[in-house]
Design a protein around this ligand. Structure first.
Ligand SMILES: [Ca+2]
Ligand SMILES: [Ca+2]
Length: 474
């Protein structure tokens, strides 16, 4: 029996989620990469099938992070594993698989934007991690559309609306509930790809627009477009928007918003295109505070960074690291703990600590028992004192890290570009427990749900569970 979470407080009761599911990026709105799931194997083998439940084939590049809810696994990829010949060519694809055995259920495919790589980079697929509430999944397509879709697709025998004009209504096709085109409706000009992983509070959905520069890397075609929007999740209507960044976007905007109660106020916290982190009153969009994640004497792109990682909110504190697009390579980074009860420009007043031994990072933190675990793009995992930012240890994975460390079953799991999943012990002493190779680069974070680890490499989705023995490929 699944236990309902009713203690979040920041979610309406109607948005109750099952405890063992992993229905959004980070599992919960505050995005702390921690799961209470237990009984997970520390050894498996994708070649022999040991402790492997199933594997499903994905496209050739997969950058989103899988989510699991109501018996369905949702994952973003591209169209290079052609599941429907009627929907050919390069497309962004969201695929749905049955959680129990990996059976392919349905897919949503989106043609690439005709404007090309400036807005919609070839073969990058869908990089948004969906948010599932009840039977609706919310995600952002490669065309900059916020999508609400039925997780049962048309397999429930019903075309859910208000959107009912789908051209394809077969059992493997997507059932759209509503869509909101950010390029049309708020004039966003996504740089390279729209990728936001939506967040929620009550009836409001929070989405980053990915508004950015054009291919010149100088011009900002839509300086008046918002960075962050709030939509009513039932209707898809715009409720508020914010454009504090204006024309100061360094590059793109790819950080996902986090939600948490801070000092008694439900806030949306978002890393934005000028390298600042901002906190908003969730209900109204009123800006409460802002924090510059870069030293004042830093210079883009050499030493000044953007924010790609997701803020984590715990006990009124926001933990976040800055960095740059992986295409920019390695460089210096910065990690902060911010007191988000402060108001105004809190770059000085809100800074609890600053850790400058981290390299550029696009990873999100996992915080547990007074220790912050964070990775950087250069491949180091850092374990820091959550109160002071002092490092207990670092570990070199010897490969680039795009994913985030996640705590499952009282251990730290992290994937890297060499395709290794490394499992480390929690605590003040460094200890490597095991290392397994997944066959190709792991850019996604390990997804824990209902006793199973869902691990995505470039082109495959693996379900790993104790005692399983792989029988089929989907
Ligand atoms: Ca339906
Ligand atoms: Ca529909």
């Amino acid at each position: 029996m699944k236990r309902l979470i009713i203690t979040w407080g920041i979610l309406a009761a109607s948005a109750a989620l099952t405890a063992a599911d992993w229905p959004m990026w980070g599992g919960t709105p505050n995005r702390n990469m921690v799961s209470s799931m237990t009984g997970v194997p520390t050894q498996w083998d994708v070649k022999t099938g040991k402790n492997v439940k199933w594997m499903a084939k994905l496209g050739s590049q997969s950058y989103g992070n899988p989510v699991v809810a109501n018996g369905v696994v949702l994952v973003g990829t591209n169209n290079e594993v052609l599941r429907d010949p009627k929907q050919g060519g390069d497309r962004g694809v969201l695929m749905a698989f049955r959680e129990s055995d990996g059976e392919f259920l349905w897919q949503a495919t989106f043609e690439k934007l005709s404007s090309g790589r400036a807005n919609d980079w070839p073969y990058q697929g869908i990089a948004s991690s969906p948010l599932v509430i009840g039977e609706t999944a919310y995600f952002v397509s490669n065309r900059g559309q916020v999508m609400a879709v039925d997780i049962k697709g048309f397999q429930d025998g019903e075309n859910d609306g208000p959107f009912k004009s789908e051209k394809l209504t077969g059992k493997n096709d997507v059932d759209i509930v509503w869509m909101f085109d950010m390029m049309e409706e708020v004039g966003s000009f996504p740089h390279n790809l729209s990728n936001s992983s939506p967040n929620v509070n009550g009836d409001l959905l929070f989405v980053s627009t990915s508004n950015g520069q054009d291919e010149s890397h100088v011009n900002i075609p839509s300086p008046k477009a918002p960075s962050l929007i709030a939509l009513n999740r039932n209707t898809g209507k715009l409720v508020w928007e914010d454009n504090s960044v204006g024309d100061r976007i360094l590059h793109g905007q790819w950080s996902a918003p986090s939600v948490g109660t801070i000092g008694g106020v439900v806030q949306v916290v978002h890393g934005q295109g000028d390298g600042w982190i901002r906190g908003y009153e969730a209900e109204t969009g009123k800006k409460l505070w802002e924090f510059d994640s870069n030293p004042k004497d830093s210079v883009w792109p050499k030493t000044r960074n953007e924010i790609i990682s997701t803020p984590v909110i715990i006990d009124n504190v926001v933990y976040i690291a800055n960095g740059q697009d992986p295409e920019h390579g390695e460089g210096v980074g910065h990690m902060y703990a911010i007191d988000a009860t402060k108001r105004g420009d809190i770059t000085k007043s809100g800074m609890l600590w600053h850790y400058d031994k981290i390299r550029r990072s696009i990873s999100t933190a996992a915080v547990r028992d007074g220790i912050v675990y964070i990775a950087d793009f250069s491949g180091f995992v850092h374990a820091l004192d959550a109160k002071t930012g002092k490092p207990y240890w670092t570990h070199d994975l010897l490969a680039a890290v795009w994913s985030s460390p996640i705590i499952v079953d009282n251990k730290l799991f992290i994937g890297d570009e060499d395709g290794d999943i490394t499992i480390l012990a929690l605590g003040k002493e460094k200890k490597v427990i095991s290392e397994m190779n997944m066959g190709s680069s792991v850019y996604a974070t390990v997804t824990p749900a209902n006793g199973t680890l869902f691990i995505m490499n470039r082109n495959e989705l693996w379900a790993i569970a104790e005692g399983a023995s792989r029988k089929k490929t989907n």
